[in-house]
Design a protein around this ligand. Structure first.
Ligand SMILES: Cc1cc2nc3c(=O)[nH]c(=O)nc-3n(C[C@H](O)[C@H](O)[C@H](O)COP(=O)(O)O)c2cc1C
Length: 324
């Protein structure tokens, strides 16, 4: 049985990718992911805010502006240098494609850093792009333009493929994906998971909601992968959110994903669960007599599934009427 998959033109031994998170922030963890069979890993993101924050803390209280500049520069270089070292050592020892990740909220510096990531030997880059629209005067078309401008700069800078990891909420996601493809983006990761606020009614404070996903979080993702893979079959799609079992991987592949990322479940089950997920995928393929992933990938997407209208149903009268 052959699980080989192509993602953004890179050959993977199987479609399972360990997502960007604390699970991929050191060489030992990356090696563990590879040993248990992951097809690739996305490294923990380097956060623009994290670096700025670190610099800000270190320079706080300094009376010497030139010293502050130096410290800020050093912190930034140091942190970024460690990241580049991690890429190099992962490339040397893990034996699977390594995809670093940048978490960006503005343009310039990060685009230059992307070039260093490429030089360090990364196979591809994942860019976690999110601009929180907090300005009611900002027209939606201008909010989207921020994404397009950044992507155009990145394409000019990089030779390696790159994917944009998107949030779930856009007015017209299919348009956005198409426009990203037209600007040279090789893949999209559907979807990212963000910090979400909750309210503690006792302390009357804003607190972070749980960062981990559950199986139900998968459903909206399934819809958009089913639609996006049908509308643009040239851009690679990586599913991310809510994988708990091997069947969840099968579902995303049937909906049209090229690869499937796994995160929360590995926090609870450990890296060894990667081999169980892959064994379960193989066992499903065997039960259906498939020898290669391409034989069934996208079989149930918005184009290939005969009752494709099911993907469009959001307000479904009959469905809700069943609950009286
Ligand atoms: C603890 C934790 C840390 C994460 N860190 C990052 C990160 O640095 N960069 C990123 O793009 N996504 C990050 N994510 C999001 C995951 O990569 C993934 O997209 C998300 O958790 C959905 O997948 P899941 O349902 O399998 O957990 C993180 C998620 C968790 C739970």
């Amino acid at each position: 049985m052959n699980l080989e998959t192509s993602y953004m033109g890179i050959k993977l031994r199987n479609p399972l990718i360990v997502s960007s998170s604390g699970l991929t922030d050191s060489i030992d963890k990356i090696k563990a992911a590879a040993e248990y069979g992951a097809g690739a890993v996305v490294l923990k993101s380097i956060f623009e805010e994290q670096i700025n924050y670190q610099s800000g803390m270190l320079t706080k209280g300094s009376d010497y502006p030139e010293a502050s500049d130096y410290i800020a520069y050093y912190t930034k270089t140091h942190s970024l240098d460690n990241y580049l070292k991690l890429i190099r050592s992962a490339k040397e020892s893990a034996g699977i494609p390594i995809i670093p990740s940048i978490n960006c909220v503005s343009a310039d510096d990060w685009i230059n850093f992307a070039r260093n990531i490429q030089s360090a030997g990364a196979d591809a880059l994942e860019v976690n792009m999110f601009f929180m629209p907090v300005d009611k005067e900002l027209k939606p078309v201008m909010a989207e333009k921020l994404y397009f401008d950044l992507v155009e700069k990145l394409r000019e800078t990089l030779d390696i493929p790159f994917a944009i990891k998107l949030g779930q909420r856009f007015t017209n996601l299919l348009y956005l994906i198409d426009q990203l493809y037209n600007r040279g983006v090789n893949g999209v990761v559907l979807f990212n998971r963000f910090f979400e606020p909750d309210i503690d009614v006792n302390s009357m404070n804003i607190i972070p909601a749980s960062v981990f996903s559950n199986a139900d979080d998968k459903r909206n993702v399934l819809r958009w992968i089913g639609m996006a893979s049908a509308v643009n079959d040239r851009i690679s799609i990586s599913a991310s959110t809510g994988v708990r079992t091997g069947d969840d991987i099968v579902k995303y592949l049937l909906a049209g994903a090229d690869t499937v990322q796994v995160c929360s479940v590995l926090y609870s089950e450990g890296y060894e669960y990667i081999s169980e997920l892959l064994a379960s995928l193989k066992s499903w393929m065997k039960s259906k007599n498939y020898k290669r992933v391409d034989e069934f990938r996208a079989m149930l997407n918005y184009r290939n599934f005969k009752d494709y209208k099911k993907y469009e149903r959001a307000q479904f009268m009959k469905y809700f009427s069943a609950y009286e």
